[in-house]
Write a protein that binds this ligand. Structure first.
Ligand SMILES: O=C(O)CNC(=O)[C@H](CS)NC(=O)CCC(=O)C(=O)O
Length: 270
């Protein structure tokens, strides 16, 4: 592993597939021009909208999203995480909330279906029932082993509240953990940064957290603040509240240093 730049992209995805892909492409290009070799897109990067509309267009969204990720990876010679997009599940009328890691040749490196579904009545009056349209994955997320970029662990959004999933990634050797999200503005203001820093600190790993921001559709407001966090928990870059990018250097020497200074992973009892 050598030092390199990683970018977490922040979007306001709306109920318009082509518009979202165009917005994503612009920001990927910006990240690449600044030197990023690893780029992450947020949860539902290609479509944020009413559940019924997302389902109705499920096949097109899945097909176009995967095609787009492979095209971007090859054109810009980057490794790219498609934070998430819906992939229809046969005979269910539902989808998997899916994240996909693609290499610069356009080859799939890893895939994960979101395990924890956001079925929550948020105190701001909004009700979320992700399970009404999404089938929960049943497998823990993979870690992709890369000599060049470090070991990359996957997860999605609401997973961030379940530390056992990240301990699994750490056990598998994750150096860098992706947490692409569409956090609600209401929960995000109090929980987002704290949870992300905790996952970085307790697993002494980098966290790359691409995000949705602003008013995506109807009353859906997302928190923004795509961030990159180092293994000590320091926020290296924060995209703020507008669409944009958070970009920072991933350094193997920093990983080694923090793991030496704070060897908590080696002191586990349970
Ligand atoms: O809503 C959509 O259109 C697309 N789906 C999402 O954004 C997903 C599932 S509803 N959102 C989350 O998991 C938010 C978690 C969260 O905010 C928390 O844990 O506090």
């Amino acid at each position: 592993m050598k030092p390199y730049l990683a970018a977490a992209i922040q979007l306001t995805s709306v109920p318009d597939l082509q518009k979202n892909l165009a917005q994503a492409e612009e920001l990927i290009e910006l990240a690449v021009r600044q030197g990023a070799e690893l780029v992450g897109l947020p949860e539902n990067f290609s479509y944020m909208g009413e559940e019924k509309d997302k389902l109705a267009q499920g096949d097109a969204i899945a097909l176009e999203s995967e095609k787009f990720l492979k095209k971007m990876a090859q054109r810009f010679q980057i490794t790219i995480l498609g934070g998430s997009f819906p992939v229809p599940v046969d005979n269910t009328g539902k989808v998997y909330n899916t994240t996909l890691l693609i290499d610069p040749n356009g080859q799939e490196l890893a895939r994960y279906y979101k395990v924890h579904l956001f079925d929550v009545d948020v105190p701001d009056g909004n009700t979320y029932r992700e399970s009404s349209t999404v089938v929960a994955g049943t497998q823990l997320p993979p870690v992709h082993f890369s000599e060049k970029l470090g070991n990359l662990g996957l997860s999605i959004c609401y997973d961030v509240r379940f530390p056992e999933l990240y301990r699994h990634l750490a056990d598998k050797g994750a150096d860098i953990i992706f947490i692409p999200a569409a956090f609600t503005a209401f929960t995000g203001k109090d929980h987002w940064q704290v949870l992300l820093q905790a996952r970085a600190i307790e697993n002494t790993a980098y966290v790359i957290a691409p995000a949705q921001t602003g008013n995506n559709y109807g009353r859906r407001l997302t928190h923004g603040h795509a961030v990159i966090i180092d293994p000590w928990g320091v926020i290296l870059a924060d995209a703020g509240e507008k669409p944009g990018i958070a970009i920072a250097e991933i350094k193997p020497t920093r990983l080694e240093q923090v793991r030496r200074q704070m060897p908590s992973l080696q002191h586990r009892v349970f």
